[in-house]
Design a protein around this ligand. Sequence first.
Ligand SMILES: O=C(O)CCC(=O)C(=O)O
Ligand SMILES: [Fe+2]
Length: 367
Amino acid sequence: MAMEHEEESSPCMKGVRHLCESGITSVPKEYVFPLPDRADTNLVLKRSLSSKPNLELPVVDLSQLRNPHQRAQTLRSLAKACEDHGFFQVINHGISMEVLKGMIDVGRRFFELPFEERARYMSSDIRAPVRYGTSFNQNVDRVFCWRDFLKLNCQPLESFLQHWPSSPLDLRQASMLYAQQTKSLFVVLMEAILETLGLNDAQEVKEFREGSHLMVLNCFPACPEPDLTLGMPPHSDYGFLTFVLQDGVVGLQIQNKGEWVTVEPILDSLVVNIGDHLEIFSNGRYKSVLHRVLVNSSTLRISVASLHSLPFDHLVKPSPKLVDENNPRLYEDTDFAAFLDYVSSRDTKSKSFLDSRKLSFTQETKH
Ligand SMILES: O=C(O)CCC(=O)C(=O)O
Ligand SMILES: [Fe+2]
């Protein structure tokens, strides 16, 4: 059971930035993770500064995907990246540096607004079109994580745009441009991913075009004792694909062969990760990988996660074309509502939602 927090009156509920502004010099007990869940942030920083990179993610060059002579080879490396890592980077993705920088910059300025301005968007309704909040799921988290966030619902853009914050003045414009361009990128990548799975289905592509799209602006303030807490606990993302835009400050780690490895932020590239829905849809061939975020003692970090899936009311299930006698169905059908119910009822750590969709061996043999 989750520990009871004193609802709205608890200082934790007002977010980490608010807490830091009160001039704390140590991490309050509510944010202290159990020892096995913590990380040596000094070691991460040292590795990051050495010439040996922490982890080289596979790189997918989208200009090669558009080139008929290079498409087949690029699809093969894309498939391998989805199978082996669940994470990759895209370069030559067509989103201009101006749009990327504009998005990070406006996110930073949103979190610099006075607390009262930000608090106007606080909501405990996880289905709200705009939601400002803190931690992972502040209503049920046993330990709070060192993150404040602004979630923008982006589909359909025309109806949600008016609900987005009107301050900073350019937030709507910068976020709309970034949302439109990541949506196009999602459709291009899903077309390619469907092709790697042998599923060239125009109807499916149309559904992705109209699919759900949430944008999460994350703010991880500098932390006086970064080794005691986490910016985000280990989790997997629910959708098909997530794009992560980082501001240049190290923090994202992914689980790779049982070890936590740091993903170096590369200017101009986007990190892409496979979510639970794509793992289910591909019947386990593509992996939704656990990741977490570390904080540091000197620099606030901003990231923007753009999460894409099918429309909220659609069922997600293993593609029937990928299930046969030799490849039994591994997951039961799910939809976004089931995921929301799951997150609002408990703390979502690890891949517990995905695990809850896995069929047991007896069920597997029945399908
Ligand atoms: O901040 C990051 O690098 C990753 C954020 C993330 O994993 C998320 O928002 O789901
Ligand atoms: Fe994530």
